[in-house]
Write a protein that binds this ligand. Structure first.
Ligand code: PEP
Length: 256
């Protein structure tokens, strides 16, 4: 069974109320011109403060799904500044990005915490987009594949095959994020193939064939077609190029 491609925009800490409206309106207009039967799954991940507005704007647009950029795995309580899954459910959030390198590096999130988040997300019936990726030092030291295997094995610890099949992994080499320097498509394809082998070893080939694995790291309208032509790459997780409606629409078209 073919895996349905995904184009996901990670807005990061961008877009106030006015910018959210402009961007969502632009994306909605763009997707209204596209053939739904050929479209990838389109996901936008606004910041928490824009989720309600984005939800309200897209409520009648089935071609766009909502993701959160983070969640706290605990159900409720004394976690100042955090947001729970129950809160996200109010906005019909379907996906949650976890394990992004910015959270791992700047907010010291551990593999164990990411695993707790993945389990909590799946228990609520939402889908985690589990990010993994190596630093430039790790790549140059030749330890990329083992580093990714470790991140994925720990993130999926204790998760059933049926939940893994629904999940999404995003391979995002840290040196390619926000740098304008995308990973070579052939190498991104090879690396994602290695991640799929890890899933096959942990579960089965069938599970590995079902899970969708995205590439992220300076994806642009000029790179997407070549990236999507790679058999292992099931789509893109996109930061910078998702912040303008016209470039996000070009990315969607590049995945059609
Ligand atoms: C990201 O942060 O998920 C990302 C891939 O960013 P960019 O596309 O800007 O490199």
């Amino acid at each position: 069974m073919a895996r349905r491609p995904i184009i996901a925009g990670n807005w990061k800490m961008n877009n106030n109320k006015a910018a959210t409206k402009e961007l969502v309106d632009g994306i909605m207009y763009g997707v209204s011109q596209l053939d739904a039967s050929k479209m990838p799954e389109v996901i936008i991940a606004p910041s928490f403060t824009s989720l309600w507005q984005a939800h309200d704007l897209i409520r009648n647009e089935s071609k766009i799904a909502l993701a959160a950029q983070n969640v706290n795995p605990n159900p409720s309580g004394a976690y100042t500044g955090e947001v729970s899954l129950e809160m996200l459910e109010d906005f019909k959030v379907q996906f949650v990005i976890i394990g992004h390198s910015e959270r791992r590096q700047m907010f010291n999130e551990s593999d164990e915490f990411i695993n707790q988040k993945a389990k909590a997300i799946l228990a609520k019936g939402l889908i985690p987009i589990i990010c993994c990726g190596e630093t430039l030092e790790q790549r140059e030291a030749g330890v990329t594949d083992e580093h990714l295997a470790s991140q994925i094995t720990k993130a999926l610890d204790g998760i059933s095959a049926s939940d893994v099949e629904k999940s999404v992994i995003a391979y995002e080499p840290i040196w390619a994020i926000g740098t304008g320097k995308s990973c070579d498509s052939i190498e991104a394809n090879r690396t994602i193939g290695e991640i799929r082998k890890v899933v096959a070893k942990l579960y089965s080939q069938d599970t590995a064939d079902k899970i969708r694995i995205l590439y992220g790291g300076s994806v642009k309208p000029s790179t997407i077609v070549e990236q999507m032509a790679q058999p292992e790459i099931d789509g893109g997780l996109i930061g910078g190029a998702s912040l303008k409606a016209d470039s996000f629409i070009e990315l969607i078209k590049g995945a059609m």
